[in-house]
Design a protein around this ligand. Structure first.
Ligand code: 2P0
Length: 337
């Protein structure tokens, strides 16, 4: 990690969202975004975030999201993240940040993962910081935990690491893993409105108040080991079974929080029922749900179109998209200013 070129430039980076097959739900350190357990995900080939940054003479960072100037919480979160990058690069200039999300923001489809992965890459590059892979992943984590995994394409595992505060910082990062499986994710969008409670707040409440939280961490640890073995042997049915039970276990844990956190809607349950029906009819389809009501269905690539057709027939689905494994975060343009 070194501070290099000072030539002013405009840098554009692109990153994609990821869907966890073993979920991240619970932090041991909220400031440093250090999780209680390892998680494992697949980066998708849909809904990229494109982020362009340049340094300017202004006294503050500026942020636009889909062309609209951001303020309040979204701007503060980006400023706090950029402070970390500036401290590392020993550069004082503020940035103009233009982000374009193609994923519906806040609907449990991980726009913060692609957003902070793209921002981490673009900002480090514009400040001349030469960091990549696990170091970039650990930095992206400070913006949003799941962003640590969107640094990579395909499957990746985010190691929780140990320790708290600065002592735990560099040991909590994601890295890519191999999987011998041709998997698709069929995304069933049932709702695009912003969620009633942020995943950050919901996660914190779950850790503080859910009596099921310890059991969740322990069962997730066992699920992760079983998932890694299933990925190595390319056993899609076992991958799907573990992913589905892990997601439902996460939702059970937050349902037990006080007050309860409920992201699953009636529409989500309708999709879950249809997935179970497909299984009874011999289709290897398994569901996972994140911090929102939308359902992602894991199946073999060869089965994806049939699964998508079945889900489109439901009146509760607004949009059904077939996704596959996507690329890691990358720089797409870098021009001198
Ligand atoms: C995941 N989620 O593993 C889990 C499953 C949602 C449900 O990562 O507070 O937006 O910024 O670290 O990364 C959503 O959490 O939370 C998330 P912060 P983030 O994909």
């Amino acid at each position: 990690m070194t501070s290099t070129s000072i030539r002013p430039s405009t840098v554009t980076a692109v990153a994609h969202p990821n869907i966890a097959l073993i979920k991240y739900w619970g932090k041991r350190d909220e400031e440093y975004i250090l999780p209680c357990s390892d998680s494992l995900s697949i980066t998708l080939d849909i809904y990229p975030t494109t982020t362009t940054v340049w340094t300017h003479d202004g006294a503050a960072d500026q942020l636009t999201i889909n062309g609209v100037p951001a303020d309040g919480g979204a701007l503060r979160r980006v400023e706090q993240f950029l402070e970390l990058v500036r401290a590392r690069a020993q550069r004082p200039e503020r940035l103009v940040v233009e982000t374009v999300n193609t994923v519906p923001t806040g609907a449990g489809l991980a726009s913060s993962a692609s957003g902070f992965a793209a921002l981490a890459l673009a900002a480090t590059r514009v400040y001349g910081l030469d960091i990549q892979d696990v170091t970039l992943s650990a930095l992206a984590r400070r913006g949003s935990g799941s962003a640590s995994r969107s640094v990579y394409g395909g499957f990746s595992i985010w190691h929780a690491g140990t320790g708290r505060g600065a002592a735990g910082d560099s040991g909590s990062y994601a890295e890519p893993i191999d999987a011998a499986v041709d998997l698709a994710l069929v995304v069933a969008v049932v709702e695009t409105a912003a969620k009633p409670i942020s995943s950050r707040e919901a996660m914190s409440r779950t850790v503080r108040t859910s009596p099921l939280f310890r059991a969740w961490v322990e069962s997730s640890r066992l699920d992760l080991a079983a998932m890694r073995a299933a990925l190595r042997r390319g056993d899609l049915d076992t991958i799907g079974e573990i992913a589905e039970r892990n997601a439902l276990g996460m939702h059970a844990t937050m349902l037990a929080a006080r007050p309860a956190v409920r992201y699953l809607s009636q529409a989500s349950l309708t999709v879950l029922d249809r997935v179970a029906e497909l299984r009874r009819a011999g289709v290897g389809a398994y569901a996972t749900v994140d911090a929102g009501p939308n359902v992602k269905v894991i199946c073999a690539k060869a089965a994806a179109d049939a699964v998508a057709t079945a889900l489109r027939e439901l009146t509760v689905t607004r949009e059904v998209i077939v996704a596959g494994p996507g690329p890691g975060a990358r720089i797409t343009a870098e021009e001198p200013r």
